[in-house]
Design a binder for this molecule. Structure first.
Ligand SMILES: [Zn+2]
Length: 572
């Protein structure tokens, strides 16, 4: 593996837009790409990336900076961690951060390395197992081909174990294995491997790092499914199975199919649904919804039809609506889960059902069809009140009203539609969501912004023009420290200046031409001269009041020169 010796070398190896795209859906508009900000809730894009220098800025929440600051912010990690993440994306190792950090590598990084090595161990043990063995027999029964097993790096935990000696050979301690959730301490110093005689599904985070395993028993042993416990690198509520594989397809379609568990994921992925992801057998959580929202606008739910599955779907609908996402629901006939349905009817029949998925409220209404058909007025009102809970989760009032209208017509409630809407509206509280408080906007005069943009575009011409500006005029600008760094061919001085540069680079003024740059400089100069004239005027009055005629003479000469300069500037 090649190495990057410093931050600039690392940055040079990355395509910044591609990195941003992993977190934000971006649309290209000239040299800027815009999208929905990952840092605050919004409906119209205020997040912008300058494709030339890779700086980002959000005009909604005013976060801005370079790629490293972005990764720190979005991953919630430290500067060295962000460098590690970016190095992995670039496929290089860092020769500098390790020195800076001393000999002990970061704890999380060590756990991830161990988990990755364990995944390789389990995968090799699956591939070397005879095809006639029980693990392959089980895989075959579940429709898992060798090709799929390789693509998903499935593993086999042998009944006799073997991970611990493997770990030790790789330089890890048993305690590392315990922290990674792979080993259990039976008695003091006596270790047992968590996974034995199971087919293993490595669980990867969205960055493609192994964070844990899901293990399926090969026979009727209990528990049927055994997952890694939560560890410093694995939180179920922030992880979706398979999304690391499918995020590009999810982003492209702006839609994700969400299923329960890795077996269902394998089945739908194998059936040709490339935009799927799975929860890990737990209820959908906030962190998972935010993860989905990075890539999709719409989520199609396909949960089990048993009581637990229905409850999970209802909760998921509310969470997704609350994040402003559109929600559809697939209902499989005969109470099958996706895995069973595909085995029975085939992949294309399944895809057809996914494509015909219904908006969430139709699913809810249909569930109550019996109540609505033969029910009493009270039952209907109770139904409407129940539905209002979902509608109240929709953050946008207009969208909420549109849903209410559709509910009224889909449910064929009859009677006065307005009365029904009133009932819904009464149960739906007002807009209780509070938009995150935006920081005070950066207020840099447009002329100064143009100077910076112009400087980046035509450094030579800009240098010539700037040298024509009085030193004092430059010094008083909000962009003075930034211009100073640029003129010295240095990176902006600290995160605040980087953020300012990002703001300017992403602002909606286009790059100036040399002529408009000249005009901007002239304007800056004019503003300075006028200010200077006012100061001299005040000094003149003061001097004549004190009858200091010597000073009056000097000031008058200066004023005349100034006025001439102003005239020649304005006449030009
Ligand atoms: Zn924002």
């Amino acid at each position: 593996m090649s190495t990057a010796r410093n931050v600039d070398e690392l940055k040079g190896l990355l395509n910044p837009l591609a990195v941003y795209q992993e977190y934000v859906r971006l649309t290209k508009k000239g040299r800027r790409s815009t999208g929905l900000c990952p840092f605050h809730r919004e409906k119209t894009p205020s997040f912008s990336v300058d494709s030339e220098n890779g700086l980002f800025y959000c005009f909604g929440c005013h976060k801005g900076g370079d790629l490293i600051q972005f990764v720190q912010e979005v991953e919630g990690c430290s500067f060295p961690e962000a460098l590690e993440i970016l190095a992995r994306k670039a496929g290089v190792s860092l020769s500098f951060s390790r020195e800076a950090k001393g000999p002990a590598p970061d704890r999380k990084e060590r756990l991830r390395k161990l988990l990755d090595g364990s995944a390789a161990f389990y995968h090799a043990s699956l591939l070397s197992a005879p095809r006639s063995s029980s693990v392959w027999a089980y895989a075959k029964k579940r429709g898992i081909t060798e090709e799929a097993a390789k693509a998903l790096r499935l593993g086999f935990a042998p009944p006799e174990g073997g991970l611990l000696p493997h770990m030790r050979r790789e330089g890890f301690q048993a305690e590392d294995g315990q922290e990674a959730g792979l080993l259990l301490e039976r008695n003091r110093g006596e270790w047992a491997e968590r996974f034995r005689n199971r087919l293993l599904f490595p669980i990867l985070d969205v960055m493609g790092r192994t964070v844990g395993f899901g293990g399926r028993a090969l026979g009727d042993e209990e528990p049927k499914y055994l997952n890694s416990p939560e560890t410093p690198v694995f939180q179920k509520r922030d992880t979706l199975f398979g999304l690391n594989l499918t995020k590009a397809a999810v982003r492209e379609r702006e839609q994700a199919l969400l299923v329960e568990g890795y077996m269902d994921f394998l089945a739908v992925y194998g059936a040709g649904v490339k935009n799927a992801a799975a929860t890990l057998g737990t209820a959908l959580a906030d962190g998972q919804v935010r993860l989905l929202k990075r890539y999709a606008k719409e989520v199609v739910l396909n949960f089990d039809r048993d009581q637990a599955g229905l409850a999970a779907a209802q909760r998921a609908i509310q969470l997704l609506l609350a994040e402003g996402m559109r929600v559809k629901v697939v209902v499989l006939p005969e109470g099958k889960d996706p895995d069973e349905f595909i085995a029975l009817k085939g992949g294309s029949a399944y895809i057809e059902l996914v494509e015909g998925a219904q908006p969430f409220f139709r699913f809810l209404v249909d569930r109550e069809a019996k109540v609505l058909e033969g029910g009493s007025v009270e039952a209907r009102m109770a139904f409407l009140d129940g539905l209002a809970i979902y509608l109240s989760a929709v953050p946008d009032p207009i969208e909420r009203q549109a849903y209410a209208n559709e509910v009224a017509s889909w449910a064929r409630l009859g009677g006065d539609v307005n009365l029904i809407l009133k009932r819904l509206a009464k149960a739906v509280p007002g807009d209780k969501r509070v938009e995150p408080q935006a920081a005070s906007p950066v207020t840099v005069p447009v002329t100064e912004q143009m100077l910076v943009k112009g400087y980046l575009a035509f450094p030579e011409a800009a240098e010539r023009l700037l040298s024509d500006l009085p030193e004092e005029s430059l010094k008083n600008m909000a962009v003075a420290p930034l211009l100073d760094s640029l003129r010295k061919r240095r990176a902006p001085d600290g995160p605040e200046q980087t953020s300012l540069l990002a703001f300017i680079q992403n602002s909606f003024h286009e790059v100036p031409s040399e002529a408009s740059l000249e005009a901007a400089v002239a304007q800056a100069k004019g503003a300075y001269l006028h200010k200077r004239e006012l100061t001299i005027q005040r000094q003149l009055q003061e001097a004549s009041r004190r009858k200091d005629f010597e000073l009056v003479k000097i000031l008058q000469r200066e004023k005349t020169a100034l006025v001439e300069q102003i005239h020649s500037l304005e006449g030009a």
